[in-house]
Ligand binder design. Structure first.
Ligand code: HDE
Length: 685
């Protein structure tokens, strides 16, 4: 590797430090550095007179304000990000020469932005949508961007259709509704008429599209990329991010209510975890395939609507990303970060996936309009940590002061500097894939099976997951006004599962599908079900519902055991202030029934207080508890709380721990909280 490119682990943090402006520690000046004497009153001709043009400070301040906004991202506008590091577990030398994948234990700074796709920048975060999962690795050989999603496949197979997909899912142009939602006519019209979307839609209707937290969802590179090693040998590779906390979701009713109660639910969750020191961990996995095996499967490995089933091609875990620092300024970092799948390093290369090929054009193009010109790579968050030199010059917002006479290649005046580097010296050389063919506007026949993997996904779901998919279809298609589109959707998904489509048809009031040819796939892939992922109590949010004269003998050990298990606790009551227990212990109220709601918590513990509570407390508590019960959440109730519990809809059964006193490590409670949802709870019996 080129020696000038070596940087240390903290390089990104150090680099950013030089750009941090601690304005709050300094006297106010204009942008020209002039100290300001007055910032409350504009310059006027007399206290009641007109404002004068001469007031340069007023004009500078107002002009800057008038230009504060930039265009939001055309997709993925609503996002949130954090800094961290990637640590390699195992050398990938055998497969790739990428510098950051050589030495076990080596660390690379990263910046990761999660996002929704369809909504605008101010939209709610818990909508049903794909989540973006974009990671920028600041490597010593330049920035490498792994720009992925939380779903491993995509809606379309060729990038030329992306504008159509996005136009269809965005709010309808004539009335700009609905915001951040796919439940409307144009989206489902697109789906029914572009059946390559079938597999993606199964994921989109599943619980994956309503994650509980950015910290609890998987990430996928989606496309097939290439690893290339020192010897020039290539392997196909797919990338996976596996969250340490397992994969968890909201329930749909809850997700919709959170959109109102806390539209910032996901960013708050990420921000608070990092502030609390609960750093966010994802392991990086790769699926590797030898070049000779390219045609071994019954799907085309270049088709982005297909997964490589993990049971056939195992995911090899090679490292871990830890997000451990929140941004200092959301605009400067999260909003101005510019990802690009074409930002690669030697050892990582592309394939002919037609979706990927189109993306390689789109991402630079979009930054030009969004970030106002060709110099966005100079913004602190986008700067590589290694030096960069070339003959590009000028343009809006240029920050580098290029010194010297020469800005062209080749030259003799500067001894041909900046000079190119050979492959041995770290120069990027494209993989010499042999390509031949006629120029055609067509798709390979091997891309034409749209339903086999959609059915593989369906077969892999647990009973509750299948039920959620049917309910999601019924909601989404039920919002479609055009009955003909409803019918087309039902007919399309009968190819995946006729019984599922028939249930949706009943729910949305159209005919059962006729002449369906359900896919004959009988296999399943257990890795696709969320039920089979890790379940931990760590960082689960628990609300303790409590009033004055509470049973302190019960509360203290409960709090200790829950905190020891890594849960986070909010004391919730009718109003803020201190509550006093029967034995004189006191507890401070964190939130009230007005400021929070059960949808914002993973589990409840009902402690109550003195025997008779005001009616309002009882009603607010019952509302809180009933909702959590409907959302299949763990509920514990202390012995004193039984009377309160009797006034709710809660029945003894799965995930309901009555007469609960926690002692020691509180294993039963911790296991119950870890389970997250109790789908076999009978709500209506
Ligand atoms: Fe993107 N996508 N995309 N996309 N995408 C953008 O780039 C595009 C696709 C993804 O947090 C845009 O900077 C095309 C697949 C993420 O800043 C834009 C196609 C996957 C983000 C763009 C796709 C993604 C974007 C908008 C079809 C998963 C947010 C703003 C060929 C593998 C990154 C921007 C962030 C953002 C184009 C499809 C992931 C317009 C043309 C497939 C995570 O350039």
């Amino acid at each position: 590797m080129n020696k000038d490119h070596q940087v240390d682990d903290n390089s990104k943090n150090k680099q950013l430090e030089t750009f941090r402006a601690r304005d709050y520690e300094n006297p106010m000046t204009t942008n020209q550095g002039l100290k300001v004497s007055e910032d409350e009153h504009s310059l006027k001709a007399g206290t009641r007179g007109p404002t004068l043009m001469e007031d340069f400070h007023f004009r500078e301040k107002m002009t800057h304000f008038d230009h504060e906004r930039i265009p939001e991202r055309v997709v993925h506008a609503r996002g949130y990000a954090a800094h961290g590091e990637f640590e390699l577990y195992e050398s990938m030398k055998k497969y790739t020469k990428a510098g950051f994948l050589q030495e076990p234990g080596s660390k690379t700074p990263v910046f990761t932005r999660f996002s929704t796709v369809a909504g605008s920048r101010g939209s709610a975060e818990t909508v049903r949508d794909v989540r973006g999962f974009a990671v920028k690795f600041y490597t010593e050989e330049g920035n490498y961007d792994l720009v992925g999603n939380n779903i491993p496949v995509f809606f379309i197979q060729d990038a030329i259709k992306f504008p159509d997909l996005v136009h269809a899912v965005k709010p309808e142009p004539h009335n700009e509704m609905p915001q951040a939602a796919s439940a409307h006519d144009t989206f489902w019209d697109f789906i029914a008429n572009n059946q390559e979307s079938a597999h993606m839609i199964m994921w989109h209707m599943s619980d994956r599209a309503i994650p509980r937290s950015f910290r609890m969802m998987e990430g996928f590179g989606v496309h097939t990329y290439r690893f290339v090693n020192e010897q020039g040998e290539s392997h196909f590779v797919k990338f996976h991010w596996k969250p340490k906390l397992g994969v968890h979701s909201l329930v749909w009713d809850e997700a919709q209510k959170i959109s109102g109660k806390d539209p910032d639910f996901h960013r708050r969750d990420l921000w608070e975890s990092i502030e609390n020191g609960d750093f966010v961990e994802f392991e990086l996995g790769v699926q590797l395939l030898e070049e000779k095996d390219e045609f071994k499967f019954d799907f085309d490995i270049l088709d982005p609507t297909k997964i490589w089933p993990e049971e056939q091609i195992p995911v090899k875990i090679i490292g871990k990303m830890t997000l451990n620092r929140n941004v200092d300024n959301v605009f400067a970092e999260t909003e101005q970060v510019a990802f690009h799948p074409g930002s690669v390093v030697p050892g990582i290369d592309f394939t002919n996936d037609p979706l990927l090929q189109g993306r390689l054009f789109s991402y630079t193009d979009t930054q030009l309009i969004r970030l106002g010109g060709p110099n966005f790579h100079e913004l602190p968050i986008n700067r590589p940590v290694c030096p960069f030199h070339n003959n590009q010059r000028d343009g809006y917002g240029r920050q580098t002061i290029n010194v010297g006479q020469v800005s062209y290649h080749k030259n003799s005046l500067a001894t041909n500097k900046p000079n190119t580097s050979s492959e041995q010296d770290g120069g990027y050389v494209h993989y010499q894939e042999k390509v031949e063919g006629r120029k055609v506007q067509a798709r390979s026949d091997s891309f034409k099976d749209h339903f086999s993997q959609a059915r593989l996904f369906w077969n892999s779901m647990s009973v509750p997951e299948k039920q959620h998919i049917i309910e999601a279809f019924s909601f989404e298609v039920g919002k479609v006004k055009d009955m003909n589109i409803r019918q087309q959707v039902v007919d399309m998904f009968a190819n995946v599962d006729t019984d599922m489509a028939t249930k949706v048809a009943q729910a949305v009031g159209v005919d059962a599908p006729k002449n369906a040819t359900q896919s004959t796939i009988t296999e399943s892939s257990p890795a696709l079900s969320q039920e089979n992922k890790a379940k931990l109590p760590h960082t689960r949010k628990v609300a303790v519902l409590i009033a004055d004269q509470f049973d302190d003998a019960v509360l203290e050990p409960f709090l200790k055991a829950s905190l020891d298990a890594g849960m986070s606790i909010d004391i919730v009551s009718e109003q803020f202030g201190k509550l006093t227990g029967k034995n004189g212990a006191t507890v401070e109220v964190d939130e009230t029934f007005l400021t929070v709601h059960s949808v914002l918590y993973d589990a409840l513990y009902i402690v109550g207080g003195q025997a008779k509570q005001p009616k309002k407390f009882e009603m607010d508590l019952a509302d809180f508890v009933n909702e959590a019960y409907m959302h299949f959440k763990p509920i514990g109730a202390a012995p004193d709380a039984q009377k309160l519990l009797d006034q709710t809809n809660v029945k003894p059964g799965p995930g309901v721990l009555t007469d609960l006193t926690v002692s020691g490590d509180g294993k039963q409670w911790a296991d119950t909280v870890a389970a997250h949802r109790f789908w076999d709870r009978k709500l209506y019996d």
